[in-house]
Write a protein of this length. Structure first.
Length: 120
């Protein structure tokens, strides 16, 4: 396994984790795709695991999803906060931040709406 630190810190966080057979995933999406391309790392159709919704961790998730076909994996709360569509919810996180922990009905309704089209 090879782990490449693309960037870390308040300006953005992202790592690329590559297995022995060359398949890789991104951990966080806080770095611009242009920076990733300059490093020679793949972008098209790569899975991205976003740890939480702060911009320095998930700020480019929507662009990676929209422009490069990346599949985003994150918790429900992160998907709602980043306004991501068709995210996959890791099974262990499905009930971690479900709608019942949101502070208002409007946010809970938005979360329910988002997950109705999500794949598990």
């Amino acid at each position: 396994m090879k782990i490449t630190c693309i960037g870390t810190g308040s300006s953005g966080n992202a790592f690329y984790v590559e297995g022995r057979k060359g398949t890789g995933i991104y951990l966080d999406a806080g770095i611009s795709p242009k920076v990733i391309q300059r490093m020679g790392l793949p972008l098209a159709n790569v899975s991205v695991f976003v740890t939480h919704e702060h911009g320095d961790h998930g700020g480019y998730a929507k662009r990676l999803q929209r422009d490069y076909g990346c599949q985003i994996y994150c918790s429900l709360g992160t998907a709602v906060a980043l306004d991501l569509e068709n995210c996959r919810l890791p099974v262990d996180l499905i009930h971690f931040d479900g709608p019942d922990v949101f502070s208002d009905d409007q946010t809970a309704a938005k979360a329910e709406e988002k997950t109705s089209g999500s794949t598990r």
